[in-house]
Design a protein around this ligand. Structure first.
Ligand code: NAP
Length: 484
């Protein structure tokens, strides 16, 4: 089991990838990768020691001069090949995520195609890096502005979107000409290993992409951030860990991009079309089983539509088939671990103790890390479940009377990643513009798109990923003054 993992006809090595080689860690230690739908061990992945982390940084540093000097068209074509391979192997990509993350087949397949698109998008951006040339207002010089790859980039990703969070960083970093060290979440290293394997098959030169899984993670990451070669940290994960990494990055003033936690409000205004609102709310809540930073977490529903919305949403949730993702008919998979499942169950119990009522769900599965699709009403604004990122399949509804009240409650959060507004279009847009968040979905439940800038305000992070902005996160601006 420790040597290889077979997924359909692809063989994966649960090892580190350093300087173009798959290697066991220098200590020989391994950690289990578990299928949360039944608790079985799928693989034992290599632990990276400090020696391995140093080797990854040094390989990335050694590869940087040649990779950053590689023609943009060549970098672009490598990324395009990665898109082609991942498109051909979509079922393999999907199955790996189903097995180690527990998500349903449709969720994993949707992630596979979202993740794959970052390679196509940034293959196109690699050859369009912008610059400027203009005469200064005094007429004494030409102002030439160019962009250069920052250098070695450390990329740290979470388990909830194990593919897309990796490709959303790798694709722009490689397009920009940076070399990389990818550190995936401990729960989901196989998806990362597969993406790296695809990049190797696409022609990425040795040292340009490295994969490490250190344990314990904190000291290893601090050590890498202290290494003079590391110039960029791009992190997606919890706000708590993000804050610590910002502090560690301060010592060497490392350029950071932070995609952190969310607590997305979803507002249903009076006059909203309930067919659209219920469909959108269902997608906004249940995409990835609720384990998404974009997941609608606080449902503010106007009293005039509250009862009808609750009834129809309850019907949708109660009809979901729950079970292992390898059975492709299941719509709701397992949470990533029993620990995460128990966190969700505790939040529901606390909500009930604080006055909420369960309309549907509220139960753990008998086996595996499953939790039923759940809807709670009479949830109080500011209660524990309302103030916490649930990260599971729980819809927590707060009733409101005045639109201003809904806006002020939606903004009453330390997070500002995304919001959803359902209502008559003009009013919904006006409400959306009053929300202090990085992204607003109007009358729709899915907002993520590789071509759009993804990111948040307040403690949801710094910087944007995807879009034309995503590549700038991996570039330094240089200005040349040339006498006329
Ligand atoms: P997490 O605990 O912060 O872990 C994220 C990554 O950071 C993992 O690779 C983890 O490694 C690593 N890590 C943990 N402690 C660290 C430390 N002291 N120093 C350096 N790295 C450390 O988050 P998670 O539970 O995996 O993911 C859920 C969170 O991610 C949620 O808050 C969610 O909102 C957020 N998220 C945000 C976005 C966005 O785009 N804004 C997208 C997806 C998820 P180990 O696994 O080895 O511990």
């Amino acid at each position: 089991m420790t040597d290889t993992v077979h997924v359909t006809d692809v063989v994966l090595f649960p090892n580190l990838y350093i300087d173009g080689e798959w290697r066991p860690g220098s200590t020989g230690d391994r950690f289990p990768v578990v299928d949360p739908s039944d608790g079985s061990t799928i693989a034992e992945f290599a632990v990276a020691s400090e020696v391995d982390c140093d080797a990854a940084v040094e390989a990335a540093a050694a590869a940087f001069p040649a990779w950053s000097a590689t023609a943009p068209r060549v970098r672009s074509e490598i990324l395009r090949r990665a898109w082609e391979i991942l498109t051909d192997e979509v079922d393999v990509f999907t199955e790996i995520m189903v097995r180690e993350n527990g998500k349903s087949w449709p969720d994993a397949k949707a992630e596979a195609s979202y993740a794959t698109e970052f390679f196509r998008w940034f293959a196109e951006e690699a050859v369009r890096i912008p610059g400027e040339y203009r005469l200064s207002p005094a007429g004494d010089k030409h102002i030439i502005v160019t962009h250069h790859p920052i250098g070695v980039a450390l990329l740290i990703t979470p388990w909830n979107f194990p593919a897309a969070m990796a490709t959303r960083k790798l694709a722009p970093a490689l397009a920009a000409g940076c070399t990389t060290i990818l550190k995936p979440a401990s729960e989901t290293p196989l998806t990362a290993a597969y993406v790296v394997d695809v990049l190797e098959r696409s022609g990425v030169p040795k040292g340009v992409v490295n994969l490490i899984t250190p344990k314990p993670v904190g000291p290893a990451v601090s050590r890498m951030l202290a290494h003079p070669a590391v110039r960029k940290l791009s992190f997606t994960g919890s706000t708590e860990v993000g804050r610590d990494l910002l502090k560690s990055s301060a010592d060497r003033v490392i350029n950071t991009s932070m995609e952190l936690g969310g607590n997305a409000p979803l507002i249903v205004l009076p006059g909203a079309d309930l067919d659209i609102a219920v469909e959108g709310a269902f997608l906004a809540k249940m995409r990835n089983g609720g384990s998404a930073c974009t997941s609608a977490n606080r449902f503010y529903v106007h009293e005039s539509v509250h009862d009808a919305f609750v009834e129809r949403m309850t019907e949708r949730l109660a009809a979901m088939s729950v079970g292992p993702g390898l059975d492709r008919r299941n719509q709701l998979g397992a949470l990533v671990s029993v620990k995460e499942r128990d966190k969700v169950a505790d939040l529901v119990d606390t909500a009930v103790a604080e006055g909420a009522r369960i309309v549907t769900g509220g139960a753990k599965g008998e086996r595996g890390a499953f939790y039923a699709a759940t809807l709670l009403i009479d949830v109080a604004h500011g209660s524990t479940i309302n103030a916490t990122e649930i990260f599971g399949p729980v819809t927590a509804v707060v009733r409101f009377a005045e639109v201003d009240e809904a806006v002020s409650k939606a903004n009453d959060s330390e997070f500002g990643l995304v919001a959803y507004v359902f209502g008559e279009e003009r009013q919904a847009i006006q409400v959306g513009q009053r929300l202090d968040v990085g992204m607003v979905a109007i009358n729709r439940g899915v907002i993520s798109d590789p071509a759009a800038p993804f990111g948040g305000t307040k403690q949801s992070g710094l910087g944007r990923e995807g879009s034309t902005e995503g590549i700038l996160e991996f570039l330094e601006t240089q200005y040349l003054a040339v006498t006329v």
